[in-house]
Ligand binder design. Structure first.
Ligand SMILES: [Fe+2]
Ligand SMILES: [Fe+2]
Length: 623
């Protein structure tokens, strides 16, 4: 996924033979003459990037012959990032983000792309121009030019209002450097609100940019330079003036979100319309797939038609709502809780709660040189586990025709990955013996729910080896692990969340986001990260309630979340009103599960119940 490559940067030409230099770089790196001249006249500038040391060596020799001074940078190429980044820049950004956690303030990460206004034109390379772009900002704010036309800006901030002040300043400073017509596209994410790592923030940023770049009409060009006036008005390239709307609609979760979606439709739409297209879409994605409002708002977002009710003073009504909702008070409390959660997570001793046998099993899984014998060696020491695995393998669940009597045989029949995932999941049972939230959540019940979810997850993935290999069983076992952390560390807050969920019929994860700024999935993902579990598991756990936010394992996250959803139906196949399936969740399921449509849900509920009934003997293993 990550690759180290080399980047050559032009610094200075010593010889007087500029023509030879321009000819060489135009031919070698396919630059236009205009671009080659700009590079020569405005160093430093990026000349080339390559993973091959030989190519770089040859180029360096040629530059030496031309009497040109160049330098070589080690750069990280990572498919999760829309740019290649100097490895020191990456280290610094991660370090600064971690530092802000300690200080307990938010950081804004802004991503800026600069393009010439006219096609065929070339802009002065921004490489090395950090200090000019940084002019007028606080010392704590820093600019990282990652490419000749891509910039990252990291600054301490308090809220969206802070960003509104930053954006015009950055645009002006860039314009001063490039000195001619440029299209500047900016998007941002706030740490830790929008993500716990640099990659998660970039994911949010990219998502906003993609939504913004989506053409409104089929006839329109997808290029962001040709946006409709309406889109430009709301685009993130221009600061949003209506911060009250942006705060209300972007940050409301749980009960606040519920107040918004139950207000008068025309008023709701009039307010939502003031947001950027990406924020409108993100708001809509928080609604259940079967909510009538999802269809209505999706259509409104597509047409951008004005509100049907004339003469409503939306701003006044929103301001009133804002104050009656105690929005600011709740936001401040959420920030405090968020900081407390992060502080507790930071202090969480690495691997303190995961059984050592689970870690040993995963070490085997991660080592390409290990095989059946290594697994057997670990399991030999744990007879109970061996017995459980054999019972599981022999259950009708796998439909094997012959009885399996040894782990070795089980590995031969089902494969190493399958047994590793199973053993890992089973070994985690111990971890679910945490505190009990009396009368509300019993860790034993949570464990049972996790096992049920894991069985349904396996059922959904039958015939889909990829998801089995990525660890659907372990992902489902661990999907709600974050709840244990919250119950243990914040019992009073969690009790309130639980009671409110029942009273207002709202999903727990959404109320968690309202109170803590994170849901249990995100917290479980952070713990999984601390345990050094594979990225597929981290993503599936983190995003089982919001799979479209997953960078690289949206499918696994969607199936984990769907297994959880199916598990929530009771014996009479009715669903608690506190369990939702979101629209984007359904879209991902349709893309990863063959023949899956909205109409398949009913069958999936029925079949998963039958499947669980057939395999109920398995539960005796987990008591
Ligand atoms: Fe969950
Ligand atoms: Fe769950």
């Amino acid at each position: 996924m990550k690759e180290l490559i080399y980047r050559i940067i032009f610094k200075k030409l010593h010889s007087k033979n500029a023509d030879d230099f321009i000819r060489y770089i135009s031919r070698e790196f396919d630059f236009s003459k205009k671009k080659a001249e700009l590079i020569l006249n405005s160093p430093p500038a990026i000349l080339c990037e390559s993973p091959s040391k030989n190519i770089i060596k040859t180029a360096l020799k040629n530059f030496k012959d031309l009497d040109a001074r160049v330098s070589v940078q080690r750069v990280i190429k990572d498919e999760r990032l829309p740019f290649n980044i100097d490895q020191w820049q990456l280290k610094w950004i991660s370090k600064l983000l971690n530092m802000t956690l300690m200080v307990g303030v938010d950081s804004a990460l802004l991503y800026v792309m600069v393009q010439p206004e006219t096609k065929g034109n070339e802009l002065i390379p921004l490489t090395g121009k950090e200090s000019e772009i940084e002019k007028g900002f606080r010392e704590s704010d820093s600019v990282y030019v990652v490419d000749d036309n891509k910039i990252l800006f990291l600054g301490f901030t308090t809220d969206e209002d802070g960003i509104e002040i930053l954006i015009p300043k950055i645009i002006q400073n860039i314009k001063n450097v490039v000195q001619q017509g440029a299209i500047i596209k900016i998007s941002h994410a706030i740490f830790p609100r929008d993500g716990y790592s640099f990659y998660e923030l970039i994911h949010v940023i990219q998502k906003k940019l993609n939504v913004n770049a989506t053409p409104r009409k089929k006839s329109e060009s997808p290029s962001f330079s040709k946006k409709s006036p309406e889109e430009s008005k709301h685009s993130h390239t221009i600061p949003i003036k209506n911060s009250i709307y942006s705060t209300l609609f972007n940050d409301a979760r749980g009960s606040l979100f519920n107040q918004l979606i139950t207000m008068d439709l025309e008023l709701l739409w009039d307010g939502l319309r003031k947001l950027s297209l990406s924020d409108q879409t993100l708001f809509c994605l928080r609604l259940p797939y079967n909510s009538p409002l999802t269809t209505i708002l999706s259509e409104r977002i597509k047409s951008q038609a004005p509100s049907k009710k004339k003469g409503i003073d939306t701003k006044k009504r929103m301001e009133r709502l804002f104050s009656t909702m105690d929005f600011e008070k709740k936001q401040t409390q959420r920030k405090k809780n968020q900081t407390a959660v992060i502080a507790k997570l930071d202090r969480l001793e690495s691997l303190s709660t995961i059984p050592s046998v689970a870690i040993q099993i995963y070490n085997v899984a991660m080592d390409p040189k290990s095989g059946i014998d290594d697994i057997q060696e670990i399991l030999q020491l744990d007879q109970v586990m061996t017995l459980k695995i054999l019972k599981l393998v022999n259950a009708s669940f796998y439909g094997l025709s012959q009885k399996v009597t040894s782990v070795k045989e089980a590995v031969i029949i089902l494969g190493t990955d399958e047994i590793i995932n199973m053993a890992f999941g089973l070994s985690l049972a111990e971890s679910f013996k945490g505190p009990c939230l009396e009368g509300l959540i019993d860790p034993k019940a949570l464990w049972k729910h996790s096992v049920k979810t894991a069985l349904i997850g396996k059922y959904l993935c039958r015939g889909r080896k990829k998801f089995a290999d990525d660890g659907i069983f372990a992902a489902c076992i661990l999907h709600d692990f974050g709840k244990l952390f919250l119950i243990e560390n914040f019992p009073d807050e969690y009790r309130k969340i639980f009671e409110l969920s029942k009273k207002m019929q709202l999903p727990i994860y959404d109320l968690e986001e309202e109170v803590f700024g994170y849901n249990h999935g995100g917290i479980g993902g952070i713990i999984a990260k601390k345990w050094n579990l594979p990225e597929s598991l981290i993503q599936a756990i983190s995003f089982h309630h919001h799979p479209s936010s997953s960078e690289s394992h949206a499918g696994l996250a969607a199936i984990t979340g769907f297994a959880n959803y199916l598990c929530s139906f009771d014996e009479k196949r009715s669903l608690p009103k506190t369990t939702f399936l979101l629209k984007d969740h359904l879209d991902i399921l349709e893309s990863v599960l063959d023949d899956f449509t909205i109409n398949s849900i009913e069958d999936a509920v029925k079949n998963s119940k039958i499947f669980l009934e057939e395999n109920k003997a398995i539960f005796s293993l987990f008591s």
